[in-house]
Design a protein around this ligand. Structure first.
Ligand code: FES
Length: 247
């Protein structure tokens, strides 16, 4: 495959960035998108040019490190992570634009790398769950209804990649935060801090500069783990009822 890549280059957080155009040839449809960028970087390095900075780690769709805005879509044209996107999703001769996540709360560090530590601070502000120390309790001592266990598990599959924020016109982090609130709020172990957790996380989310949800739904459409939009309803319900949960 022969491709034209228009890639955002920015030397550092305070530099002014711009789109740069690169031509690349000989790309296999079986390559992943990141392998294609690796090839580009090998060519740039061979020419003595600065390689394009981008994040990745597991390259298996499980860690949440990768994330690019590809031709205007978070993670590109498939519902998957950038590392699991393959070049067969594109056509020979395509022009592909590659940008970092765009959100005030995710400042650009360099090129396609953004600082997503705001997500860590939201998680941190949610705190811990109360659990007794000692050996693991007998599994049947805390029964959890199957629908609640399934919903908690589904919400817990969020990998914190930030695609929801990048896709949202408000740059809202509420799908991410709703997933965290839901996976703990559905389980008995998450009840003790349920009210304080949601209040603290929402305050941190808003303080970090994320926007509010206006029910557009781009976040859920872009989410590689298909976190459903209704976790935001649970977040809002928990916030409204947080006084009841506080002890
Ligand atoms: S690099 Fe881990 S999810 Fe993509």
């Amino acid at each position: 495959m022969r491709l034209t890549l228009k890639i955002w280059r920015q030397a550092n957080a305070s530099a002014k960035g711009s789109m740069h155009t690169y031509e690349i040839d000989g790309i296999s449809p079986e390559e992943s998108f990141l392998e294609m960028l690796d090839e580009l970087n090998e060519q740039l390095t061979a020419k003595g040019e600065d390689p394009v900075a981008f994040d990745s780690d597991c390259r298996e769709g499980i860690c949440g490190m990768c994330g690019l805005m590809i031709s205007g879509q978070a993670h590109g044209p498939e519902v998957t992570t950038t590392c699991q996107l393959h070049m067969r999703s594109f056509n020979d001769g395509d022009t592909i634009t590659v940008e970092p996540w765009r959100a005030d709360a995710f400042p650009v560090v360099k090129d396609l790398v953004v600082d997503r530590s705001a997500f860590d601070r939201i998680i941190q502000s949610g705190g811990f769950i109360s659990a007794n120390t000692g050996s693991a309790p007998e599994a049947h001592s805390t029964p959890v209804p199957k629908p609640k266990a399934d919903r908690a598990f589904d919400a817990a599959t969020c990998i914190g990649c930030g695609a929801c924020v990048a896709a949202c016109p408000n740059a809202s982090g509420m799908l991410f935060m709703g997933a965290k609130i839901t996976h703990l709020g559905e389980l008995p172990q998450g009840q003790a801090e349920r009210g304080s957790r949601v209040r603290a996380m929402v305050a941190t989310h808003d303080g970090e500069g994320f926007g509010g949800c206006t029910n557009i739904g781009e976040c859920a459409a872009a989410c590689p783990k298909e976190i459903p939009l209704d976790v935001i309803s649970q977040l809002n319900n928990d916030l409204r009822n947080s006084g009841k949960y506080l002890r």
